[in-house]
Ligand binder design. Structure first.
Ligand code: LLP
Length: 424
C-alpha cells in the first residue's frame, strides 16, 4: 500500500498535490507519506503479532528525525550502525532499551557511549569487537548485553553489493567460531551474550533464503541449549524486498506465516530490523525537467536531481519508476518517447532512468521518481557542491518541512582557508 495516486490527472501524496508541493518548495524535493510509513510498520507488527516482536526500524534507510519519531511513537525500536545514528535515535526520543547497534567497525568512543546509555544489544560482528566491548564495559563498571551476529552463509538472491550473509562478506561470525565463543562466554566478565543476530541482505523478494538461515539458527540455538547455553532473543535482521518494478515480493503476513512456525517452539523473543519495507515506497523524489536534449542516438531528459540525491541507479543499477506529476490529456494520443532521465552532474553514471518509455514531456514539467523513501536522502551527498534536497512529510492534507534545503553557506560551513593563503 502506498499513498501516491493520481487524482484528476495530478499526482497526490495523501491529500496534497505533488505539483503544488514542487511549486511551493522547489525541486529536487523528497515527499514522504506519514500514513504509508505507519501502515507498513503496523502490517509487520500485526503479522508477527503472536510472537510479540520488537521491530527495530533500520535508521540507515531514512534517518530523518521526524520519520524516527513517528515510528518510535508507535512502539518501534531502532537499529543503528554508528555513533551518528545513535545520536539521532536519542534525539528522536528512542528508549535505550529499544536500540540495537550493528556495524563491523564500532570505535572505542561509539562503544563507550552505547555502553553508558545501556542499549538493548550490541550486534557483535567479531571476536576482537567482543573483547573491546568487554574491556570498555569493565572500565565503566557495567555488564553489557550483546547479540552475536552470525554469518549463516546463505545466498539471498539479490544484488551483490547488498548481499551480507555469505561467508565471503565481511559481516558476522561463522557458525563454528560463534559456537566456541558461546561455550566459553563466561570468560568475558562484563558482557552477557543474550541473543543471536542475522541479516542476510537487502531487497530480498522471496522467503526461501530467510527460512533456510533462520532454520539453521534455530538448530544452533537448540544445540547450545543442550549444552547449557541459553539464548533469549533471535534478531532476524531486515532485508524484506519491495516493489520497484515488476517484483512480487512476499507480503508481511506471507513472510510471517513462513517464519513464525520455525520459532514457535523455541520460546525465543523476536527482533526484526526492516528499513526499506517500511519507508521505501513511502517516499518519492520530485524533480523538474531542465532541458530536453535530442542527440542523433538518444533523447535525454535533463532534470535537476542527480546521483547526489539518489545514488541507487548509479550504484546498483537500481530501477525506479519515473512518472509525470501531471498527466496531460492532450498528449494521450501523441507518440511517446524513449529517453534517459539524467542529472546535471559531471559523470556518465549520473542517471535516474535509462531507455525509459515516457509520454512526450517538456521543459519545466515535474517528474516523480518513485520508491525513493529508502536509501534516497540518507545516501545523498554534496557532490558537485550541490545542496542536499528539502524533505517534506505529508499527513493527510497537512504539510510539514522535516528538513529544509541546505543553503550555499551550509556547503562551506566547516571549511577554513589557512591564514598564509590569505596573506596573513
Ligand atoms: N539490519 C542490518 C544489519 C543491515 O545491514 C541492514 C541494511 C538492515 C537491517 C536493513 O535492511 P533493509 O530492510 O532496508 O533491506 N543502500 C542499499 C541497501 C543497503 C542495505 C544495508 N543494510 C540500497 O539502496 O539498496
Amino acid at each position: 500500500m502506498h499513498e501516491f495516486r493520481y487524482r484528476r490527472n495530478t499526482l497526490y501524496c495523501e491529500d496534497v498535490s505533488v505539483f503544488d508541493l514542487a511549486d511551493r518548495f522547489g525541486t529536487p524535493l523528497f515527499v514522504y507519506s506519514y500514513h504509508t510509513v505507519i501502515d507498513h510498520y503496523v502490517k509487520l507488527q500485526k503479522a508477527f503479532g503472536p510472537a510479540n516482536p520488537l521491530i527495530c526500524y533500520s535508521v540507515k534507510a531514512n534517518s530523518n528525525l521526524a520519520v524516527l519519531k513517528a515510528l518510535i511513537d508507535k512502539g518501534a525500536g531502532l537499529d543503528v550502525v554508528s555513533g551518528g545514528e545513535l545520536f539521532r535515535a536519542f534525539k528522536a526520543g528512542c528508549p535505550a532499551q529499544r536500540i540495537v547497534y550493528a556495524s563491523v567497525g564500532k570505535t572505542e568512543g561509539e562503544i563507550e557511549e552505547a555502553v553508558r546509555r545501556g542499549i538493548l544489544f550490541f550486534n557483535v560482528e567479531s571476536t576482537p569487537e567482543l573483547n573491546a566491548i568487554n574491556r570498555i564495559s569493565k572500565k565503566l563498571r557495567k555488564v553489557t548485553a550483546v547479540a552475536l551476529r552470525i554469518n549463516p552463509d546463505v545466498e539471498p538472491k539479490t544484488h551483490k553489493f547488498i548481499t551480507t550473509g555469505k561467508i565471503t562478506n565481511k559481516f558476522g561470525i561463522d557458525f563454528a567460531s560463534a559456537e566456541s565463543l558461546l561455550l566459553k562466554a563466561h570468560a568475558f566478565s562484563h558482557v552477557t551474550i543474550k541473543a543471536l543476530h542475522i541479516h542476510i541482505g537487502s531487497q530480498i523478494t522471496e522467503s526461501g533464503p530467510f527460512v533456510s538461515a533462520i532454520s539453521r539458527m534455530v538448530r544452533l540455538i537448540r544445540r547450545l541449549n543442550n549444552r547449557g547455553v541459553r539464548i533469549e532473543y533471535l534478531n532476524i535482521g531486515g532485508g524484506l524486498g519491495i516493489v520497484y518494478d515488476k517484483e512480487a515480493p512476499q507480503t508481511a503476513s506471507a513472510f510471517a506465516s513462513k517464519i513464525l512456525p520455525l520459532i514457535k517452539e523455541s520460546g525465543l523473543k523476536i527482533i526484526l530490523e526492516p528499513g526499506r519495507f517500511i519507508v521505501g515506497n513511502a517516499g518519492i523524489l520530485v524533480t523538474k525537467i531542465l532541458y530536453v536534449k535530442e542527440t542523433r542516438r538518444k533523447t535525454f531528459l535533463i532534470v535537476d536531481a542527480g546521483m547526489n540525491d539518489l545514488i541507487r541507479p548509479a550504484l546498483y543499477d537500481a530501477y525506479h519508476r519515473v512518472i509525470p506529476v501531471k498527466v496531460k490529456k492532450s498528449r494521450l494520443h501523441t507518440k511517446g518517447i524513449i529517453a534517459d532521465v539524467v542529472g546535471p552532474i559531471c559523470e556518465s553514471g549520473d542517471f535516474l532512468a535509462k531507455d525509459r518509455k515516457l509520454p512526450a514531456l517538456h521543459e519545466g514539467e515535474y517528474l516523480a521518481v518513485m520508491g525513493a523513501g529508502a536509501y534516497g536522502f540518507s545516501m545523498s551527498s554534496n557532490y558537485n557542491s550541490r545542496r542536499r534536497a528539502e524533505e517534506v512529510m505529508i499527513v493527510k492534507d497537512r504539510v510539514f518541512v522535516i528538513r529544509k534545503r541546505e543553503s550555499l553557506e551550509d556547503l562551506v560551513r566547516n571549511e577554513n582557508i589557512p591564514p598564509f593563503l590569505l596573506g596573513l
